[in-house]
Ligand binder design. Structure first.
Ligand code: AMP
Length: 213
């Protein structure tokens, strides 16, 4: 029986840098240098495996609809997208960071409703609703750290790694919403139809993760 073809959707940027060595340990190596190419889909050393390189926020969509069988994406985006649409069988333990609230250092308590700027609107809504805090949500797509100093928001919900970006913008991290690392997600139908091929990839990646921890 021929091995079914597999498409693996990877997230551009920091996650890509950290996942390529793990994929190599799992014997999946792109046929050309992804970082140096403008292509978005790549063949690999395995004739049945191809790699797509896209924005993290698009990885869940490609996997949900089955255009990719497997995806690599940060837990922050899974919490934002909702995680019922696919399986999440493996924590790769890479690109670790924290999803946090942050606000200006020594900010006085806001008088009205707390204005929160973020690109993680679903996460922020859920987080503050669970605490019974009424907020006004302001959706931004980037440079969230600017919003408080420009008078747009009292607080932000954002990814924090070293905290240097916050400090450079006069902000401090406050509450931890979630610890984040990159996860493997799998399309539900692919998991049934291409079970053996997907299990093989998961087993190899699982071993690579275990070796690196
Ligand atoms: P830092 O200054 O080290 O706290 O980095 C914070 C900025 O880097 C944030 O604004 C994030 O956009 C980005 N960042 C840090 N770690 C990650 C990660 N693991 N995944 C995605 N973005 C990250």
């Amino acid at each position: 029986m021929t091995t079914p073809s597999l498409v693996i959707a990877l997230t551009k940027g920091r996650i890509l840098d950290e996942v390529l060595p793990l994929l190599a340990q799992a014997n999946i190596v792109p046929s050309e240098d992804i970082e140096k190419s403008r292509k978005l889909i790549f063949d690999t050393n395995l004739p049945h495996v191809r790699l797509m390189v896209i924005r993290g926020s698009d990885v869940p969509t490609y996997v949900e609809f089955g255009s990719a069988d497997i995806g690599v994406v940060g837990k922050d985006l899974l919490l934002e997208y909702g995680d019922e649409a696919f399986y999440e069988p493996l924590d790769l333990g890479i690109a670790r960071c924290r999803l946090m609230t942050a606000e200006p250092i020594d900010r006085p308590a806001p008088t009205g409703r707390l204005r929160v700027a973020t690109k993680f609107v679903n996460i922020a809504k859920r987080y503050f609703a669970e605490r019974g805090t009424q907020i006004e949500l302001i959706k931004l797509n980037g440079a969230l750290e600017l919003a408080p100093s420009m008078g747009l928001a009292d607080a932000i919900v954002d990814i924090v790694d070293t905290g240097k970006t916050l400090t450079a913008n006069g902000l401090e991290a406050k509450e931890l919403i979630a610890n984040v690392s990159s996860r493997i997600i799998v399309n539900k139908a692919s998991m049934k139809i291409k079970n053996a091929a997907i299990r093989e990839v998961l087993a190899q990646l699982g071993e690579a993760v275990a070796r690196n921890n």
